[in-house]
Design a protein around this ligand. Structure first.
Ligand SMILES: C[S@@+](CC[C@H](N)C(=O)[O-])C[C@H]1O[C@@H](n2cnc3c(N)ncnc32)[C@H](O)[C@@H]1O
Length: 204
């Protein structure tokens, strides 16, 4: 192995026991994922830290939130990021959503080959789901910026009330001038010295 599949302390509980399956996903991303254009060419260490470890912090947040009755949708999943790592470590059903059919076909092949029975890949328009779904936790990693999400939510406030949005972001604080949203910003390490941000947004 030409990279270190390190596990941050926050992930020890759920990551260690699933390491073999996560390494198989890593291997698939670094070969088929790159070959079929699901991800652009990246070093093995980058794929582990930025795609797999980063994704698993979404799972940590799902556990912390305890929204047991919520469905989970990963919008703009691309190569299954963060939904596939989340589905591997979780017993919950995870819906991977992308607008590109080719991406969905590749994901379906991987899901079938690994017998990941709780993960479903679907070709759908994420914007429609944001407008219509209720009692849902949406995961979004590098799909749309937080400001665009807020604009969509502002137009659909009455529908958004029982939803939670977990979205990758940067260190910029949230300017909540209209006080309609509750935003909790999480800062966490993806390896020994680099940290990332994820926002958890609920509609008040
Ligand atoms: C930058 S990629 C991010 C992929 C992945 N989440 C990641 O973190 O690497 C954005 C993905 O969103 C998908 N996408 C763009 N517009 C969409 C829409 N309206 N509905 C669903 N997926 C969409 C694209 O096909 C692409 O796979």
């Amino acid at each position: 192995m030409n990279f270190t599949p390190q596990i941050p302390n926050w992930g020890l509980d759920f990551l260690e026991k699933n390491i073999d399956k996560l390494l198989l996903y890593h291997s698939w991303l670094s070969t088929t994922g790159i070959k079929t254009g699901l991800i652009s060419p990246k070093e093995d260490q980058f794929i582990w830290d930025e795609f797999i470890i980063h994704s698993l912090y979404f799972y940590k947040l799902i556990l912390d939130l305890k929204n047991e009755s919520h469905e989970i949708y990963d919008l703009g999943t691309g190569g299954g990021i963060p939904g596939v790592p989340v589905g591997i470590v979780s017993k919950k059903d995870i819906n991977l959503i992308d607008i590109k059919q080719k991406r969905i076909f590749e994901l379906e092949r991987f899901i079938l080959s690994q017998n990941l029975l709780n993960i479903y890949a679907k070709k759908e328009d994420a914007e429609q789901l944001l407008k219509t779904k209720k009692n849902t936790t949406f995961l979004m990693r590098c799909y749309i910026p937080r400001s665009n999400l807020i604009k969509i939510l502002e137009k659909n406030l009455s529908n958004s009330k029982n939803n939670t949005f977990i979205i990758s972001s940067n260190s910029k604080p949230f300017d909540n001038s209209n006080d309609m949203f509750h935003v909790k910003q999480e800062k966490f390490f993806i390896n020994t010295n680099e940290y990332r941000f994820i926002d958890v947004i609920t509609v008040k």
